[in-house]
Design a binder for this molecule. Structure first.
Ligand SMILES: Nc1ncnc2c1ncn2[C@@H]1O[C@H](COP(=O)(O)OP(=O)(O)OP(=O)(O)O)[C@@H](O)[C@H]1O
Length: 259
């Protein structure tokens, strides 16, 4: 199957520390790939290199076969990669609908003059963005909250709003940074369903998540990092039986026990 996103030998050092070293894997359309590993394993750093936040020290990121290594997040978004953040990027005092509409405007080059002059073309664009935003809110189960102030939403709903905004870019690849962090069991399950539905629509999903139960439940493919290196990859059953993976997690528990 075609690889939408492929990571080849990616690495970066901070000072003398190799935070990520020679990591390779591929993400396929319609599949959910998760990156896991103990604290400090390099998950966030890897994510930041893939999504254009950090320039990799070595290696290549390919999107639909094109080398996109080091492109800025907004250029990646135009090419079909969007992401959510661990710390939500929601405008708390705007309505839910306005937040979703903001997602649409991120993809535009912005004929700013037309907008400033209130030309018909700009009004038509605004109308189109609103229709699209309402459809997205329905997709994530927030249509009835459209007129509410975003700051009044539950945490799980905010997480779904953040995913809606990323979907406004109509991505081929969606990167989710801890989509269930801070959510209770019911909210986590709702997010599970949403992610599975997005994957089923053909989007390639890459996620970093600490909730191991969720990872095992929804992933097609898991990549395990430890001390910046890929130590295993495969389906959930294979990875959870892998002795190197078990040792990496037991190792961190032993460290905690000593402190
Ligand atoms: N900007 C930075 N400058 C220096 N060191 C960094 C920087 N970012 C990360 N590191 C180091 O790189 C290593 C990997 O960190 P990273 O945050 O990517 O791990 P992680 O797997 O995401 O951890 P966690 O599960 O705790 O979020 C750690 O040793 C961390 O201290």
């Amino acid at each position: 199957m075609t690889e939408l996103l492929s990571i080849e030998g990616l690495g970066i050092s901070f000072g003398g520390l190799k935070a990520v070293n020679d990591v390779s894997f591929a993400v396929k359309p319609g599949e959910i790939t998760s990156v896991i590993g103990p604290n400090g394993a390099g998950k966030t750093t890897l994510f930041n290199m893939i999504s254009g936040v950090y320039m990799p020290g070595s290696g290549t990121v390919r999107l639909l076969g094109d080398d996109v290594t080091g492109l800025s997040p907004h250029l990646l978004a135009r090419r079909g990669m969007s992401r959510t953040f661990q710390n939500l990027q929601i405008f708390q005092t705007m309505t839910v609908l306005e937040n979703a509409i903001a997602g649409f405007h991120l993809q535009e080059r912005g004929p700013v003059l037309a907008d400033l002059l209130g030309l018909p073309s700009s009004r038509a664009r605004a109308r189109k963005a609103e229709v699209g935003a309402r459809a997205l809110l329905a997709r994530v189960g927030l249509e009835r909250a459209a007129e509410r102030e975003a700051g009044s939403l539950s945490y799980g709903s905010l997480k779904r709003l953040e995913i809606a905004r990323a979907l406004a870019l109509n991505p081929r690849v969606l990167l989710l940074d801890e989509p269930a962090a801070g959510c209770n069991a019911v909210e986590t399950e709702e997010i599970d369903h949403l992610i599975a539905e997005v994957a089923a629509s053909g989007v390639a999903i890459l996620l970093v998540e600490h909730d191991m139960k969720m990872v095992m439940r929804i992933s097609n493919h898991i990549v395990v990092l430890d001390h910046g290196e890929k130590i295993a990859e495969g389906d959930p059953a294979t990875v959870s039986r892998n002795p190197a993976v078990i040792a990496a997690y037991l190792g961190t528990e032993a460290d905690h026990a000593q402190h």
